[in-house]
Structures are given as structure tokens and as C-alpha cells.
Design a protein around this ligand. Structure first.
Ligand code: UFG
Length: 336
């Protein structure tokens, strides 16, 4: 299958490109390189620099590249930034996303897998969180992802677009080729590893939450396991596949959480990282970060029941070990 991967030079997108290649598919990457890295994409994979929000260019690209399905990973994805600059999140994640859907309609591409997020749930009433839980995002990032999920559902019933929305919990780890490096770095595991390298010490954002050790609990999932789920989700959008719709007419969107269904606290992640690097990691406890819920753990059975997905790298030390190995091989991050 020829798959356009938007955001294919980003952290999750680039590792999904690797998984598509390994499964025998043909990825084509679109990325504006605003946060992605050109060198994360293998040189023999077609690469187009541009934005998915450019409907005319997208319709042309989809047709010229004979694309059969879209893996839509590109988006603005920082919670704090979304609160400060909602305009950017609505323009890119919603307006840009709909432009991509319009281009797909024009080009006759009827299959899409969407990178969604646990942020659509906001502060959940119950944990582990099932997909049927109410969607009450507490920031523009989660809200814009929820809005695009809804657009997929309505495009499905009206135009027969087959879609899968994958609600990621906390992606972690690295492949041999690609890893996670952001500027600014807001995510826990890279921040811990940066502290281990002697850069800024880690600040633990609060230890007075209502959890056993007082620090927030998250469901960390290896990025290669996530990438594997993308391949299965794309395959589930095949015409006639009952998981995403009846053989003719309107379709039913499939929504799956992607997590291990197990939580780890900030302190547990820190201790696992100390085991991986073999020494104590400097840290201080600071105030809470605004908007951090105490516990976010996925009910993860739908992805395994419907997609046949089996995460294999769920052990914390395995995840952190792969991230650490990647950083040691790439001390200066990406070359470009
Ligand atoms: N944390 C620290 N210190 C840091 C960074 C993080 O203590 O320097 C803590 C956070 O307070 C949180 C946990 O580590 O309790 C995980 O934080 P991350 O920023 O790594 O991840 P989040 O759970 O906040 O965010 C993730 C995704 C978001 C998504 C969100 C859903 O990265 O895209 O889950 O709620 F929106």
C-alpha cells in the first residue's frame, strides 16, 4: 500500500515509516520540517517538504504519488503552547486537517489513520480509561484533536471515508535509527536523560498528588509498539474491511487507545532510568505543572481485540534503555 505519512520526519511519524517499510508498504513522507528532521527519513523514501494544510498541493501530491491511504501524524502537539496560542492549534490541527480531508476527497483517497491523544479525555472519571469515556479535553491541544476525530466520523457517514483514530498515551523509547529530541524538551523521559547527561537537572512537577508515591502516573508505550499499531490500523481501513465500515456506503470510524494498560509514576520512571544509566540522576521537586491529571492509564484491550495489536516492549527499562542508547549514539541529536 502507498501511504502518505504527514509528519513523517517527526518522532512517531519517522518510526512509523520504518514500520511501514518493514511490513512491505510504500511510505511517502510529507513534512514541513518545523519540528521534524530530514535525516530521520531514509534517503530512498520519497520526501516532500510542505504542509498538509495546502489543499491544492495535497490533492496534486496524492494523485501524483498514487496514494492509497494517509497516516496523519503531523500536528502541533504541545499542551502548554496550545493554551498560549490556541489560534495556531485551530488553524493547523483543525483547519489544516480539514484541508487535507478535502484534498483526499478530491483525489479519491478514502483511507486515513489519525494520530490522536489521551488528551481528548481531559481528567477522566475512571481509570483505566475506556474509549467510551466522555471526551472533555482541558486544553486546545486535546480539543482540536477531538474536533478532528469528529470530522473523521462525519466524513465517514457522509462520504464513506474509512478512518482509525489512535489515541496515544505516553510514547517513549527509540528505534535504532530514530529517537525523541525536542526543543524545548517538555516530556519526562528525555528530560530525565538530559539530566543524566549533566544538562539541566530534572524538576519533578509535584509530589503531592493522590497516588501511592505522590507523583503522577502515566501509561508509557514504546514508540515501536505504537508504530506497529499504525500499520495494523492502516490495514483495517481496506475497502470491505468490516472493522471500519460496511462494504458499501457510509463507514464507521474505529477509535483505539494505544497504551500498555499499566501505569508508572514519575518516581518509578526516574528510578528505572537510574538503573538504565547506572548512576543517580540529579533532580529537584518543584511545584505542580498546570493541568497535569494524577493518573492517565489506558484501557488497551480494544486495539488488541480489533486490530490484533500486541505491544511487546512494555517494560520501562526496555523503553528507557532504547532512548538512552539512541542518545548515546547521537549526542548532538539529528544532523539536519
Ligand atoms: N514531568 C515532570 N518533569 C518534567 C516533565 C514531566 O515531573 O520535566 C511529569 C509530568 O508532570 C507528568 C509526567 O511527568 O506527570 C509525564 O509528563 P509528559 O510531559 O512526559 O507527558 P504528559 O503525560 O503530560 O503528556 C502526554 C503527551 C501529551 C498528551 C498528554 C495527554 O505527551 O501530548 O499525555 O494527557 F497531551
Amino acid at each position: 500500500m502507498r501511504v502518505l505519512v504527514t509528519g513523517g520526519a517527526g518522532y512517531i511519524g519517522s518510526i512509523s515509516v520504518e514500520a511501514l517499510l518493514a511490513a512491505g508498504h510504500e511510505p511517502v513522507v510529507l513534512d514541513d520540517l518545523s519540528t521534524g528532521h530530514r535525516t530521520s527519513v531514509p534517503p530512498d523514501v520519497p520526501f516532500h517538504r510542505g504542509t498538509y494544510g495546502d489543499q491544492i498541493a495535497m490533492a496534486h501530491l496524492l494523485e501524483a504519488q498514487r496514494i492509497e491511504a494517509i497516516l496523519h501524524c503531523a500536528a502541533r502537539s504541545l499542551v502548554g503552547e496550545s493554551v498560549r496560542e490556541p489560534s495556531r492549534y485551530y488553524r493547523e490541527n483543525v483547519v489544516g486537517g480539514v484541508a487535507l480531508l478535502e484534498a483526499a476527497r478530491e483525489a479519491g483517497v478514502g483511507r486515513i489513520v489519525f494520530s490522536s491523544t489521551a488528551a481528548v479525555y481531559g481528567i477522566p472519571d475512571e481509570t483505566p480509561i475506556p474509549e467510551e469515556a466522555p471526551l472533555r479535553p482541558i486544553n486546545p491541544y486535546g480539543e482540536t484533536k477531538r474536533t478532528f476525530e469528529s470530522a473523521l466520523a462525519w466524513y465517514g457517514s457522509a462520504y464513506g471515508l474509512r478512518s482509525v483514530s489512535l489515541r496515544y498515551f505516553n510514547a517513549a523509547g527509540a528505534s535504532d535509527r530514530n529517537g525523541e529530541i525536542h526543543d524545548p524538551e517538555t516530556h519526562l523521559i528525555p528530560a530525565i536523560l538530559a539530566a543524566a547527561e549533566g544538562r539541566a537537572p530534572l524538576t519533578v512537577f509535584g509530589d503531592d498528588f493522590d497516588t501511592p508515591d505522590g507523583t503522577p502516573i502515566r501509561d508509557y508505550i514504546h514508540v515501536e509498539d505504537l508504530a506497529g499499531a499504525h500499520v495494523l490500523a492502516l490495514e483495517a481501513t481496506a475497502p470491505g474491511d468490516v472493522r471500519t465500515g460496511p462494504p458499501a456506503g457510509g463507514s464507521v470510524p474505529l477509535v483505539c487507545n494505544l497504551g500498555n494498560g499499566r501505569g508508572a509514576s514519575v518516581k518509578e520512571v526516574l528510578h528505572a532510568a537510574e538503573t538504565v544509566v547506572g548512576r543517580p540522576i540529579p533532580h529537584v521537586v518543584g511545584p505542580r505543572r498546570e493541568g497535569d491529571p494524577p493518573i492517565l492509564v489506558a484501557a488497551a484491550d480494544r486495539a488488541s481485540a480489533v486490530l490484533g495489536w500486541r505491544p511487546e516492549l512494555g517494560d520501562l527499562e526496555t523503553m528507557i534503555g532504547s532512548a538512552w542508547a539512541w542518545r548515546r549514539r547521537n549526542p548532538d541529536g539529528y544532523a539536519a
